[in-house]
Design a protein around this ligand. Structure first.
Ligand code: DX5
Ligand code: ZN
Length: 214
């Protein structure tokens, strides 16, 4: 079954605890946490103390999306907070295998994220060791941007590789996901759907999560 991951970047930070509760009651599967360093992407979101607070307030799994250089730096810290999934960008490191192994050594699921301009080819050699692949469908750094349609081809490229080699990784999509774009992505093989602004703006969050899940 497909899963829906609300991106807390789109929440009202002044009442984060309530926002978490509302999404959990609406049936969210996993929370998606966007960590930015102002270097790899042109924005800074939130970091370790806020992630810690989220981990204490939430009862569903957490998926940390690192949009930072030096992704190894806080892996152990995230594991201590009970984070279940961590992804980092292939463009942000020269030693991706090492980071994957580090994440998995703490019992967490390791994912690699690809910017819209990065071809799937670039992570082909990592696919056998990954638990999930995050295909960015916007340029990372901000919520509320428009879905880049050309990224759909990358999802189908990845799905073909997955099927031909018998890999088991999940395919996550992130950026501009609404009920229409979610359906386009799942048709190509995505099964983890991150949604920020669309889901947080929806009046009927339960209905929207059900629709997004497809
Ligand atoms: C963008 C982040 C996304 C973002 C998605 O850099 O990685 O997770 O919060 O937000 P929407 O769904 O509004 O595009
Ligand atoms: Zn994200």
């Amino acid at each position: 079954m497909n899963k829906v991951l609300p991106s807390l970047l789109a929440s009202d930070f002044s009442k984060l605890g309530e926002e978490i509760k509302i999404m959990e009651e609406a049936g969210a599967d996993i929370f998606h946490l966007d960590i930015m360093d102002g270097q790899f992407v042109p924005n800074i979101s939130y970091g370790i103390p806020v992630t810690e607070a989220i981990s204490q307030a939430s009862t569903i799994p957490l998926d940390v999306h690192l949009m930072t250089y030096n992704p190894d730096q806080f892996i152990e810290t995230f594991s201590k907070m009970g984070v279940e999934m961590v992804s980092f960008h292939i463009e942000a490191t020269a030693h991706a295998h090492r980071t994957i192994q580090l994440i998995q050594s703490y019992g967490m699921k390791a994912g690699i994220a690809l910017n819209p301009q990065t071809p799937v080819e670039q992570v082909k050699h990592l696919l056998s060791s990954l638990d999930f692949v995050l295909i960015m469908t916007v340029n990372p750094g901000f919520g509320g941007q428009g879905f880049i349609n050309e990224c759909l081809d990358k999802i189908s490229d990845l799905k073909s590789l997955k099927d031909s080699k018998g890999y088991t990784f999940d395919i996550e999509v992130d950026g501009g996901i609404n009920d229409e774009t979610a359906a386009l992505c799942t048709a190509e093989g995505a099964n983890l759907l991150v949604s920020g602004s669309y889901l947080f703006k929806a009046d009927d969050k339960k209905g929207t999560i059900t629709k997004l899940r497809g």
